[in-house]
Design a protein around this ligand. Structure first.
Ligand code: NAD
Ligand code: ZN
Length: 258
């Protein structure tokens, strides 16, 4: 594992076009459960009953009660961890161009990442189904479920449910970034939700080094990714950052402009 971390540090230190694709796994160490795997929400809930747009339209009260209300409780308590902090530091040092995240938890921004594409939108805002008015989630009255806008319409989170389209601007920008990157870090994603799962494939096809950071192999391992650094993202990023720092030029103004 140390050798793979060193290889990744060297690849990062030689580029300023690297991109990260992150998933629910990077936020597990912040206390937010993932969908799949041990402790995942799908152990208790059927995704099609709670996370599909048809389910929300059919019974918003049920989806708010089973999934969305609990999500807000997790987000209220969550702080960024070493994985989020590591990516923010790589961006500050000029090695990482952007983070494409499937997460809706805002933890990359909270850790200081500036260029974050929220591929599946965000939970930080709610949108009224009727008048399209937007409101920050903490300002929504959750004592009545489903929460309602002053116009009477039901609020839904500003994120993408299964069965909905990815905002085209996010798709386009992600495509642009990954087809131009030298290194793609794929962190904490099971790579099973499409079209996000296509991003590593696109990077590979256009010649990038694709590195997975995950405690377990995924469908990308041994097929699309060049290698897997097997471990939790916090510990791996701590080690990776120490190594990248040793490879940094002492005067960062010598680095190529972005
Ligand atoms: P997933 O739930 O399908 O898979 C989680 C992955 O994280 C697994 O591959 C697992 O092996 C890995 N993992 C477990 N512990 C880890 C650790 N300590 N460090 C790094 N990786 C670890 O996640 P997904 O691929 O992102 O797909 C789930 C979808 O659900 C996404 O589209 C996302 O929008 C949504 N989701 C988001 C959040 C969030 O915002 N935090 C939480 C749950 C689900
Ligand atoms: Zn409204």
């Amino acid at each position: 594992m140390q050798t793979l971390i060193q290889r990744t540090a060297e690849a990062l230190a030689q580029t300023n076009t690297a991109v990260a694709l992150t998933g629910a796994g990077i936020s597990i160490e912040s206390g937010i459960p993932p969908f799949r795997g041990p402790g995942g929400l799908w152990e208790k809930l059927d995704p099609m009953e709670v996370a599909h747009i048809d389910a929300f339209r059919r019974n918003p009260e049920k989806v708010w009660n089973l999934l969305l209300k609990g999500m807000q409780d997790f987000l209220d308590a969550a702080q960024p961890n070493a994985g989020h902090a590591g990516l923010a530091q790589l961006e500050r040092w000029g090695f990482l161009r952007a983070v494409i995240t499937q997460n809706i938890d805002g933890l990359h921004q909270a850790a200081g990442s500036r260029d974050v594409i929220e591929f599946h939108g965000t939970f930080a805002w709610q949108r009224c189904q009727d008048c399209e008015g937007r409101i920050e989630t903490p300002r929504v009255d959750l004592s009545r479920i489903p929460p309602r806008c002053s116009c009477g319409g039901i609020y839904r989170p500003d994120c993408v449910f299964f069965g909905e389209m990815i905002p085209p601007e996010h798709l386009e920008r992600s495509q642009q970034l990954v087809t131009r990157c030298d290194v793609l870090l794929v962190v904490g994603t099971s790579a099973t939700v499409h079209p996000a799962a296509m991003i590593p494939l696109l990077a590979k096809e256009t010649g990038a080094l694709v590195v997975e950071i995950n405690p377990e192999p995924t469908p990308l391992t041994g097929r699309v990714s060049d290698y897997l650094i097997e471990g939790g993202s916090g510990a791996v990023f701590d080690e990776l950052l120490t190594r990248v720092e040793k490879l940094r030029p002492s005067d960062t103004s010598l680095m190529a402009p972005r």
